[in-house]
Design a protein. Structure first.
Length: 302
């Protein structure tokens, strides 16, 4: 018969430790159930920057309506008509103009914000190590944050044209989308084409998402990750303007950022959007892979 030591007799009995299974993992623990998407989404939706970004995007159509009302009829030298000149023709034209003026820069910001702030902010708050000690597997944590970040980015891109279409229809009426080069698309076709445009814009911004997410895993400063992604995207736009680069510009995602204009033609042209999507997805996959590979091996101390 075994006997207790004097120390064991004096120590109070504590709660029993969770029983470990044959693999050394506590019974009932499921890695796939840690940090569910709904929990991460709720955490991100509660943050002030999410509402501020949404308010800015929703406010833009109202600002443009006021600007067009103040500006009056645009000057058309030589009788040439561009997309901006057709903004007041219908709600569909107004939505297309909103996408045109925001695609180069404004839509870059929510993508960089939602994908670049997600991991770096946890590190900045010194809560990242506690999440991993929950324990949340690193791959699971990154997947949850990436999916939610991309989901919020897509929501931001959908919010702008939806609000613009509603505001434009109220201000200019519901009608066909007039094409500057001639012809028009009926409202139903125009709505379908705008869906294609938003989908392409989202795919083209995956490069910015990849840059922001990769930088977010490399730094504890959210502003550095967001600003770095926006800055590198601007550098890409500048390089695309350097005509001396010739065909090398075709390897820049910025070169294809307005290829979506081919979708709002009487007969859509897909070659530019296919090339642009291929370039963007390729860069994005490389950047996402670098983010996962680096974070799995990273010594997290914050």
């Amino acid at each position: 018969m075994s006997t207790l030591t004097e120390r064991e007799r004096d120590e109070p009995a504590g709660p029993a430790a969770p029983a470990a299974g044959p693999t050394g993992v506590a019974d009932g623990y499921r890695a796939g159930r840690t940090l569910p998407l709904r929990v991460e989404l709720a955490r991100q939706l509660k943050r002030r920057r999410t509402y501020v970004m949404g308010a800015i995007l929703a406010l833009l159509p109202f600002v443009l309506v006021v600007a067009f009302a103040i500006g009056g009829e645009p000057d058309r030298p030589g009788g040439r008509v561009n997309l901006m000149d057709t903004a007041t023709e219908s709600g569909a034209n107004f939505a297309a103009v909103n996408l045109f003026v925001s695609a180069g820069f404004l839509l870059v910001i929510p993508v960089a914000l939602f994908c670049g702030d997600t991991v770096a902010s946890e590190a900045g708050w010194s809560s990242l190590r506690y999440l991993l000690a929950a324990p949340v597997p690193r791959m699971r944590l990154l997947w949850s944050k990436l999916i939610v970040g991309l989901g919020l980015s897509l929501t931001a891109m959908v919010l702008l044209p939806v609000v613009a279409l509603a505001v434009g229809t109220a201000a200019y009426g519901w009608g066909p989308l007039r094409i500057p080069t001639g012809g028009a698309l009926d409202p139903g076709t125009a709505a379908q084409r705008l869906v294609i445009v938003v989908a392409y814009l989202f795919v083209s911004q995956l490069v910015t998402a990849g840059l922001a997410f990769w930088l977010s895993t490399r730094t504890d400063a959210p502003l550095g990750a967001v600003g770095g992604a926006v800055g590198l995207t601007i550098v890409g736009n500048v390089l695309d303007a350097v005509t001396a680069l010739g065909d090398w510009r075709h390897f820049l995602p910025a070169h294809w950022q307005f290829a979506w204009a081919d979708a709002v033609q009487p007969t859509p042209e897909w070659s530019g959007m296919i090339q642009g999507a291929a370039v963007s997805v390729t860069y994005a996959l490389v950047l996402f892979a670098l983010a996962f590979r680096g974070f799995v091996r990273k010594d997290v101390v914050s």
